[in-house]
Design a protein around this ligand. Structure first.
Ligand code: KIV
Length: 271
């Protein structure tokens, strides 16, 4: 019998119910087994295996270089750890923009090879056909609008999106398209709080914000930023809950010193 028999798995339906009863959804990224085990154990609702792995795990400047194989590798570890939360995996740049058949193949690979529960895709009406094809295969899709980092070279900056009326209207209409075509939720990244609130009350599905204010149905942060593993990234929307970077620096420096001085290992730490 499973030791997790009493754990009720969060599903896409759970998130919809949470929106209806006004319970906020908590989401964090994770990219490996050890971190996901802690994050899931602490009671997170959703783990996103974000393509931000390209930045925080691999050290790239953008999310563009990460491959489908690499995303699947990260997702496999997370899925092995996650007993309660919903696991959503980003379709990486270049794995779905070409055509809907390619998009479906990429989504199927993620679901089959990692065991994840859903995929996330950046974009609005321009990727509607791909989303619909993926949904037809029974794969839940999370949308992502506002600042969409896979399009950074189109935007040119990581600044707040949709401040102008025309872009705000386009975003509202894209959010409606994604909701109507069957996405189960929608990430809103770095847009004015007022616009995020408007989207949240206009559409049926839960919205999850990052730099989108408080009047959304849930919040997401990149775990490495939130615990202070990344130290050179401090946007206004980021709340740091600990300074893991400094603690690791201190621990490693003490270890180096103990090894050099011969203090480690002591008698109790050997056979
Ligand atoms: O890749 C990622 O971490 C994301 C979040 C910032 C929403 O897409």
């Amino acid at each position: 019998m499973s030791v997790h028999k009493d754990v009720r798995r969060i599903t896409t339906n759970t998130l919809q119910e949470m929106k209806h009863r006004g319970e906020k959804i908590s989401m964090l990224t994770s990219y490996d087994y050890s971190m996901a085990r802690l994050v899931d154990g602490a009671g997170i609702d959703v783990i996103l295996v974000g393509d931000s792995a390209s930045n925080v795990m691999a050290g790239h400047e953008t999310t563009l270089p990460i491959t489908l194989d690499q995303m699947i590798y990260h997702a496999q570890g997370v899925v092995r750890a996650a007993k309660r939360c919903l696991v959503v995996v980003d379709l990486p740049f270049g794995s779905y923009q070409g055509n809907s058949k390619e998009a479906l193949n990429s989504a199927i690979r993620i679901m089959k090879e990692s065991g994840a529960h859903a995929v996330k895709m950046e974009g609005g009406s321009e990727i509607k056909e791909s989303i619909q094809r993926i949904l037809t295969a029974g794969i839940p899709v999370m949308g992502h609008l506002g600042l969409t980092p896979q399009s950074i070279y189109k935007f040119g900056t990581y600044q707040v999106r949709a401040k102008e009326e025309a872009e705000a209207e386009r975003l509202l209409s894209d959010a409606q398209v994604l909701s109507d075509c069957g996405c189960f939720s929608l990430v809103l990244e770095k847009i004015p709080a007022k616009l995020a609130a408007q989207v949240t009350s206009a559409i049926e599905i839960p919205t999850i914000g990052i730099g989108a204010g408080s009047e959304v149905d849930g919040q997401v942060l990149v775990i490495n930023d939130m615990i202070g593993l990344t130290q050179d990234f401090s946007p206004r929307f980021l709340r740091r809950y600990m300074n893991a970077g400094d603690q690791i620096l201190d621990a490693v420096a003490r270890y180096v010193s103990d090894v050099k001085s011969g203090d480690f290992p002591n008698e109790k730490e050997q056979y």
